[in-house]
Ligand binder design. Structure first.
Ligand code: ZN
Length: 667
C-alpha cells in the first residue's frame, strides 16, 4: 500500500471499543487448548519465513505478520486477533509418526505422509514457489525423500495450484484408471509446462511415475469454477483477502482459514487415479487409505479419507476451526449446508472408531478420539442447524435479511471456538441458504423491479433533501454508532455523485469502524478494501487466470469463454459460421454466431462455413492467456485461415474484454 495509507488511521469509536471490550470479557480467552494443538509436534520453521518467486519477487512473507505477537490492539476484534495468532503459528509439524504438515506457508496446509520409498504429498498449496519451499522445509528435517504420490483433497486452487512445485508434469503416472479424467478422453489439450496429453493404459509407461489421486469430477470443477465468472470473482477475492491492504492492526490481520493467499505461479497436474466411491481403498507407496466421497459439500469435488495404519483422518476442508462459507462473499455457486452436515455425520460413523488424530487442509489438527468425534459432531450440527432453521423460518415467511438477524446458534455451538465466524458468518450463510432455495427475490413486489443502484441513489438523495442533508443524517448516525446505516446511506450519496469527497470519506469512516468491530476477517477485509478505494480512488485488480489453467480448459469450455465475451448488441444482427480444426489434437468444431450467441458443436463441420480456422490448441491457449498475440501466431503459421479471413477478424472484433478492476464502491 502506498504512503498515503499511513495518514491518520482512525481509532475505534467508543461504540466499537465498547463492543470489542465486551467480546474480550465474554470469550474464554484463557482457554489455550487450540494454541497447544497448533504448536504440538513442532519440528522447525523457515526463518525468515519468506518465499520468493522469479526475479526475487516475494510471494509469501510471514514476517509481515510479526505484529501479531503483541496484545490485541484496539482496532481489532479480540476474537479475530486470537484466530490470527493461531494461524500465524507456522512451520513443519508432526501430526502422528509418519504424517507431517507444513502450516502457515500459504493459505492452506501441505500434508506429507511417509511411505516405503518416498512421500505422499497431500494438497500442494496455491503456487509452485510455496509448495517447493514447504517440501524443502520437510526434507531439510526428514531427509531427501522423493515424491511417490500426490493427492488433491478437493477442487479449490489452494489445494492443487502448487502441484508443479512438488512433481514435474512428466512424472505424473498415466494410471489408466481415471475414466473421467480429461487426459483419458482427449477432451483437454496439453498446456505449456503442464501435463501432457498422454493417453492412459500404455503398459510399461508407468515405471517410476507418480500417481496423482483426486475425487471424481476434480478436473472439471477445478477448471470450471473460476472460469466463467472468473474475472468478477477475482476482483472480489482481492477485497475478501485484502490483497491491497497493509498488514497490521489497522489493516489485514488474516483470512480466518489462514493468513492470506500466496501470489506465485499457479499450475495443475491432472489426476491419474480417480476416487469415486465411499469405502474405496487405495495403497500408495505402502500407505493405506480408505475414502469417503463428499461431493457438493465445501467443494463440488471433495473427499475425506482415513489412514487406518496411522489412525489418522484427513477431513479435507469439510471441518475447519471456523464456521465455513455456505456462500463465499467473493462470489460462487451456493453450497449445500444440508448435505455438508450429512457427510460429517457419515464421517463419524465410518471413521470415528478408527481415528486418534484429525487433520485438514487448513489450520491445526486435533487429537484424541473423543475430542475428534465431539468436534465433528458439533461441526455437523453447525451446518445442519443453519440449514434447518433457515428453512423453518423462510417457511414462516421471513426473508434472508430477517433470518440473518434472528438466527443465533444454540449455546452448545456458540461457545465453541471452531463454530465462530472466522470465515463464514451466520448472517451471510443464512442469506446463502435462502438464496439456494428461494433465489434473489424475497417475494415482495416492491422489490421485484426496483431502480438500479445509481438511479435509486439519485432518488434517495433527492427525497432526503439533497447531498448536504444526506451527509448530515450520516454524521448523526455515525455519532450514534449506527455504522451499517451510515454505510448504506452514504453509498447512496456516492452513487448519486462519486465526486462528493465528504460523502466518500464518511462512508469510508463507517466501513472502517465496521472493520474494527468485525470478528470475521473477510468482512473486515471487505470493509477496509472499500474504505481504501473510496479514499484513495484506486482499484485493486483481481488476478488473471494463469496460463496453465487456460491450457486445461476443455475445448467446450474454451469456446464457452469465447461466447461469454461476445458483445451481444454489436453481434446481434450478424451471422457467421466457422469450422475450427485443432491441428495438434485432430479435433473439429463448428462455431456459429446468430442473434449475438456463439454456438459450439463438437465433431461437426459445415462445407458452407465462412472460413476454416486451422490452429494448434496450444496456440489458442497462448492467445487466450495473452502471452502470444494473434499476428505472431499467424506469422508463425500456427494459426491459418482458409476461406474468408476477414470474417474471422469480424468475430474477433466483437469480443469484449472483461474488466479486472471494475468499480465496486463507486458507480
Ligand atoms: Zn482451502
Amino acid at each position: 500500500m502506498g504512503d498515503g495509507a499511513a495518514i491518520n488511521h482512525a481509532l475505534p469509536t467508543r461504540h466499537v471499543a465498547a463492543a470489542n471490550h465486551a467480546v474480550r470479557m465474554e470469550l474464554p480467552l484463557a482457554d489455550r487448548a487450540d494454541f497447544e494443538d497448533a504448536r504440538r509436534g513442532f519440528v522447525a520453521a523457515l526463518s525468515p519465513a519468506v518465499v520468493r518467486g522469479t526475479a526475487g519477487r516475494v510471494v509469501w512473507d510471514m514476517g509481515s505478520y510479526a505484529f501479531l505477537d503483541e496484545e490485541c490492539p484496539e482496532p481489532v476484534n479480540p476474537s479475530l486477533w486470537r484466530q490470527a495468532q493461531l494461524n500465524a503459528i507456522h512451520g513443519l509439524f508432526e501430526v502422528v509418526p509418519g504424517i507431517y504438515q507444513v502450516r502457515g506457508m500459504d493459505l492452506s496446509n501441505m500434508t506429507i505422509v511417509e511411505g516405503r520409498e518416498g512421500v505422499l504429498v497431500i494438497d500442494p498449496l496455491i503456487c509452485a514457489e510455496t509448495a517447493a519451499a514447504a517440501l524443502a522445509l520437510y526434507r531439510a528435517h526428514r531427509g531427501e525423500r522423493g515424491v511417490t504420490g500426490l493427492l488433491y483433497t478437493h477442487s479449490h486452487v489452494d489445494h492443487f495450484g502448487g502441484a508443479l512445485g512438488v512433481i514435474e508434469a512428466e512424472d505424473a503416472a498415466a494410471g489408466g484408471r481415471a475414466p473421467g479424467a480429461p487426459q483419458a478422453d482427449g477432451g483437454t489439450g496439453p498446456a505449456e509446462g503442464v501435463a501432457t496429453g498422454r493417453r492412459s493404459g500404455d503398459p510399461g509407461e508407468d515405471a517410476g511415475r507418480v500417481p496423482v489421486l483426486a475425487p471424481e469430477g476434480f478436473m472439471e470443477h477445478a477448471i470450471s469454477e473460476n472460469v466463467y465468472a472468473g474475472t468478477a470473482m477475482a476482483r472480489r477475492a482481492a477485497y475478501m483477502f485484502g490483497t491491497g491492504l497493509e498488514r497490521g492492526p489497522h489493516g489485514q490481520v488474516g483470512a480466518g482459514l489462514g493468513m492470506t493467499v500466496s501470489n506465485g505461479t499457479v499450475g495443475i497436474v491432472p489426476p491419474t487415479i480417480e476416487i469415486a466411491r465411499t469405502g474405496q481403498e487405495e495403497t500408495i507407496d505402502g500407505i493405506r487409505m480408505v475414502f469417503q466421497m463428499t461431493p457438493g459439500s465445501e467443494a463440488p469435488a471433495e473427499m475425506n479419507f482415513l489412514f487406518p495404519d496411522h489412525r489418522a483422518l484427513c477431513i479435507a476442508e469439510n471441518a475447519t476451526h471456523n464456521l465455513h462459507n455456505i456462500i463465499t462473499p467473493r462470489g460462487a455457486l451456493v453450497r449445500d449446508a444440508r448435505i455438508w452436515s450429512r457427510y460429517l455425520g457419515e464421517a463419524i460413523d465410518l471413521f470415528g472408531e478408527h481415528t486418534d488424530a484429525l487433520f485438514a487442509g487448513h489450520q491445526w489438527p486435533r487429537w484424541g478420539r473423543e475430542r475428534i468425534v465431539g468436534y465433528l459432531a458439533q461441526q455437523r450440527d453447525l451446518y445442519g442447524y443453519l440449514h434447518d432453521q433457515t428453512l423453518r423460518l423462510l417457511n414462516k415467511g421471513y426473508v434472508g435479511g430477517e433470518i440473518a438477524e434472528m438466527l443465533e446458534l444454540p449455546a452448545g455451538l456458540a461457545r465453541e471456538w471452531h463454530c465462530r465466524e472466522y470465515y463464514g458468518t451466520v448472517s451471510h450463510n443464512v442469506k446463502g441458504i435462502y438464496q439456494r432455495y428461494m433465489g434473489w427475490f424475497d417475494g415482495n413486489p416492491a422489490h421485484l423491479w426496483p431502480h438500479p443502484p445509481e438511479q435509486a441513489a439519485a432518488r434517495y438523495v433527492r427525497a432526503i433533501g439533497g447531498a448536504e442533508a444526506v451527509l448530515e443524517e450520516g454524521r448523526r448516525a455515525f455519532e450514534e454508532g449506527d455504522y451499517r446505516w451510515v454505510a448504506e446511506l452514504m453509498s447512496h450519496a456516492v452513487f448519486a455523485d462519486p465526486s462528493d469527497r465528504a460523502a466518500r470519506d464518511l462512508e469510508a469512516q463507517a466501513l472502517e469502524q465496521l472493520a474494527y468491530g468485525a470478528e470475521n476477517p473477510i468482512w473486515r477485509n471487505f470493509f477496509l478494501s472499500g474504505a481504501r478505494e473510496l479514499r484513495e480512488d484506486v482499484r485493486e485488480r483481481g488476478a488473471t487466470p494463469p496460463p496453465a489453467m487456460i491450457g486445461q480448459l476443455t475445448s467446450e469450455q474454451l469456446f464457452d469463454v469465447l461466447a461469454i465475451r461476445v458483445d451481444g448488441p454489436r453481434a446481434g444482427g450478424l451471422r457467421l459460421c466457422f469450422n475450427w480444426v485443432f491441428t495438434d489434437l485432430g479435433e473439429r468444431h463448428l462455431l456459429t454466431l446468430s442473434n449475438g450467441v456463439l454456438i459450439h458443436t463438437a465433431d461437426r463441420e459445415d462445407p458452407d462455413a465462412d472460413a476454416t480456422v486451422l490452429v494448434e490448441r496450444s496456440a489458442l491457449n497462448e492467445l487466450f492467456a495473452g502471452t502470444t498475440p494473434m499476428p505472431e501466431l499467424l506469422q508463425a503459421g500456427r494459426l491459418r485461415v482458409e476461406g474468408d479471413g476477414a470474417k474471422l477478424g469480424e468475430l474477433l472484433g466483437l469480443l469484449d474484454a472483461p474488466d479486472p478492476a471494475f468499480a465496486i464502491v463507486t458507480p
